[in-house]
Write a protein that binds this ligand. Structure first.
Ligand code: FUL
Length: 477
């Protein structure tokens, strides 16, 4: 008897070990750990604030006097509290816009806040916001315009030293940063230390020698996501409307994103299925028509912001939503109202995952550890198919009918982005009816249904994929 129990145990052990299954091989291009974390924060604020706020311009010329910068009621905590309440997880501040005025008391130029009336010249907007972010658990990032219409040496080597010194100074004093934003606007007319002329830097991307700048970032703040034209870890989505294209890969090849003399827009918009690095789309958009505050402009409505959420976070990228402090240094009350109503709309729309009560079924599974339950909820397990299996249907069934408005699908991107084509069907009057059809999924795809659908069965068909399917989540709201 004892013998046979031991034999049985040994057999079970052999079975368990031999039945355990390996995870699918990662695709050749996968996100780094910091990029995965960046995807997960989904939405964060941009704050455009500088001398333009006081001159009513979008691009300053570079000859504005520092005395013009005079916010009467700036409060970094109040700003960050708004960001936090709106559930934005980070904040990227314009430390320097194209006009060259610096919002921190840099030691490299007099064209800064130290010569403004703000706090009698002892203020430091970058430092105040950085500290407030840390106090409130908000990630902090910096926008540092490469183009500088104030600096006399712009276009030459002297400016490059100046720029790199500023990168070093900012990272040393205010880092670590979660993202650094190096705007693409480059060259044109400006003050340039009194020259009042037009300067074009011969191929902007080469002029700045980004690898050198990135080396400084890696040395001082290794986990910073670099938004730039060289080795980008996040890319521009191709418009400033908050719309990431329906067809969008997180991968792209840097040389194709910023090619000499070729149109880069298709690559920025769609990414590349065979791109050489993970460079996902970020949707930057302002709550107002302009990036800076102008009293004649109005903020977007909560409904417009909600639509933007669907086409940014819901299209597999992140949302970088700009807020524009007014001349007090405060976010206008009507913008705050719109922002909070938007947040409530998002919270309400995605409050209860109806799939929590569904039964998940798939006829094809990789095996132990990669079953359909991996698609339930927001945890780290995922459903995978066997090597060579690049299609699969997943059924969600409920005992009592549910009323669905959104389907959310997420790929397990740590192993790469794979899905090329999918469809969603619902069962009505005992027949399947297709309600959605699309191409890429990536980190997250929110599929808004045209109308609220009452059903007790939903089928997600993965029609084509670059490799075995690795699906992290299917949720229904
Ligand atoms: C653009 C800039 O020229 C705008 O002023 C703004 O900063 C926007 C986010 O990027 O390229």
């Amino acid at each position: 008897m004892r013998h046979s129990i031991l034999l049985l145990l040994a057999f079970a052990l052999v079975c368990i070990t031999s039945c355990s299954v390996d995870a699918p091989q990662p695709m050749s291009v996968v996100p780094s750990q910091r990029q995965i974390e960046w995807h997960e924060i989904e939405q964060y604020a941009f704050v455009h604030f500088t001398i333009n706020t006081f001159t009513d311009r979008e691009w300053g010329y570079g000859d504005e006097l520092p005395e013009l910068f005079n916010p009467t009621d700036f409060d970094a905590d109040a700003l960050v509290e708004i960001v936090k309440t709106a559930n934005l997880k980070g904040l990227i501040l314009t430390a320097k816009h194209h006009d060259g005025f610096c919002l921190w008391p840099t030691k490299y130029t007099e064209h800064s806040i130290k010569n403004s009336p703000y706090k009698g010249g002892s203020g430091d907007i970058v430092g105040e916001v950085a500290e407030a972010c840390r106090r409130h658990g908000i990630k902090f990032g910096i926008y540092l315009s490469p183009w500088d219409r104030n600096h006399a040496g712009y276009g030459g080597d002297e400016y490059l030293d100046y720029y790199r010194n500023q990168v070093r100074e900012l990272l040393t004093n205010y880092g670590p940063l979660f993202e650094m934003w190096f705007d693409g606007a480059n060259g044109g007319d400006g003050y340039y230390g009194g020259a009042y002329e037009t300067r074009w830097v011969e191929s902007g991307y080469l002029y700045y020698d980004w690898p050198q700048v990135i080396d400084i970032i890696r040395e001082l703040s290794p986990d910073t996501i670099v938004w730039s034209s060289s080795q980008p870890e996040a890319r521009w989505c191709g418009n400033e409307k908050g719309i990431i294209d329906e067809y969008c890969w997180a991968m792209a090849t840097p040389e194709d994103m910023y090619p000499e003399g070729r149109d880069c827009m298709p690559v920025l918009i769609h990414g590349q299925e065979d791109g050489s690095c993970w460079a996902p789309a970020e949707a930057d958009v302002s709550i107002r028509p302009g990036w800076f505050y102008h009293d004649y402009e109005k903020p977007k409505t909560p409904e417009e912001l909600f639509q933007i959420y669907l086409t940014s976070v819901g299209h597999g990228g992140t949302l970088l939503l700009n807020l524009a402090p007014d001349r007090r240094g405060r976010i206008p009350e009507e913008d705050v109202a719109s922002l909070m109503a938007w947040r409530e709309m998002v919270d309400n729309a995605f409050k209860y995952d109806l799939a929590a009560k569904a039964t998940y079924t798939a006829y094809s599974s990789r095996g132990r550890g990669f079953g359909v339950e991996g698609m339930r909820g927001d945890d780290s397990d995922y459903w995978a198919t066997k090597d060579g299996v690049t299609t699969g249907d997943v059924y969600l069934r409920w005992d009592t009918a549910i009323s669905a408005r959104y389907i959310v699908i997420e790929e397990y991107i740590a192993l790469g982005q794979r899905v090329r084509e999918y469809a969603v069907d619902v069962k009505r009057d005992n027949t399947w009816q297709q309600v959605a059809y699309g191409s890429t999924i990536g980190y997250k795809r929110i599929i808004p249904l045209e109308e609220e659908i009452v059903t007790s069965e939903i089928r997600v068909r993965f029609i084509d994929s670059r490799g075995p399917l690795t699906i992290d989540r299917i949720a229904v709201y």
